[in-house]
Ligand binder design. Structure first.
Ligand SMILES: [Zn+2]
Length: 284
């Protein structure tokens, strides 16, 4: 699916409570003029970013450019519907497949991954608002390592409130985590939320084939004692269940500090996971 269409579909799904956020195309594209107007309307409604339109001069989709800019260390380029690494590795940008929400989680291309806007002002996430929860596994394996051993080669020990946490140095994620620690340390009342944190763990998501973000070494879970998780609070719920009860006990002050340094928060997902922060600079 073309990324412009996916934006409109995601926007429509949010408005209509559609079960398949990425499932159906809303119609044929007509011309640039119409497209621009639609994008502007959607942006005005707060559902897409105003820069969603492709850069006409370069021909690089704006979302692809955002990815390239977010990971300068990777020296990525966009070519012929692929994100290309300096060693020639190419990862497809848009696989052109229509997917249901659940198919998208398990088989996410780069365009799918970037199509939802991460909203740092979200209080209670809307139905299926999960920006960043779906990941292009090929892209993250290429950057951080395609096996546990390969990821481990890039891990360093970070001092996290007296705990030693393994975190990747790829993309400077370890340095960003240290900045978060330094800033949170200024507020002693927040320290209790940092106890018994965890980071690297190579494993699939429970009940799914895809890898957890913890596998890549750029993700941290803070104290479980103060955490809420959509499945703990909604026993028996599934991915498509509507009306999930939302709960959070993590102070937004902590969240804002993580976000300032490029980490998204699982508490802004409809399928929330409030202890979870992962380094995803492409969403800021
Ligand atoms: Zn987590």
């Amino acid at each position: 699916m073309h990324y412009r269409q996916i934006f409109f579909v995601a926007a429509a799904a949010l408005l209509l409570g559609c079960n398949h956020a990425t499932g159906q195309q809303t119609g044929q594209q007509t011309d640039k003029q119409t497209d621009t107007v639609n994008t502007a309307d959607a942006a005005e409604a707060g559902l897409v970013k105003a820069d969603a339109h492709p850069d006409v001069a370069t021909g690089i989709p704006a979302l692809a450019q955002r990815l390239i800019d977010a990971y300068p260390e990777q020296k990525l380029v966009y070519r012929d519907n692929h994100i290309v690494f300096p060693d020639g590795t190419q990862i497809i940008y848009d696989d052109g497949k229509e997917k249901t929400f659940e198919q998208m989680l398990d088989n996410c291309d780069i365009e799918d991954m970037l199509a939802m806007t991460y909203n740092p002002d979200t209080k209670v996430p809307a139905y299926l608002e999960d920006a960043g929860r779906a990941r292009s596994e090929a892209f993250f394996k290429k950057m951080y390592g395609n096996s546990e051993a390969a990821v481990r080669k890039n891990l360093v020990s970070v001092n996290w409130f007296g705990q030693r946490l393994l975190f990747t140095r790829v993309n400077g994620a370890d340095r960003q985590l240290l900045k978060v620690a330094e800033e949170i340390a200024k507020y002693p009342e927040l320290k209790k939320y940092m106890e018994q944190s965890s980071s690297f763990y190579w494993r699939p998501v429970r009940g799914a084939n895809r890898l957890s973000a913890h596998s890549y070494g750029m993700t941290i879970d803070i104290c479980t004692k103060y955490s809420n998780y959509w499945l703990w609070s909604n026993r028996g719920a599934g991915e498509m269940t509507k009306g999930l009860k939302y709960e959070n006990r993590i102070p937004l002050q902590i969240v804002k500090i993580f976000e300032k340094h490029g980490f998204i928060w699982g508490g802004r997902w409809y399928h929330y996971d409030t202890m979870h922060f992962e380094y995803r600079p492409e969403f800021f």
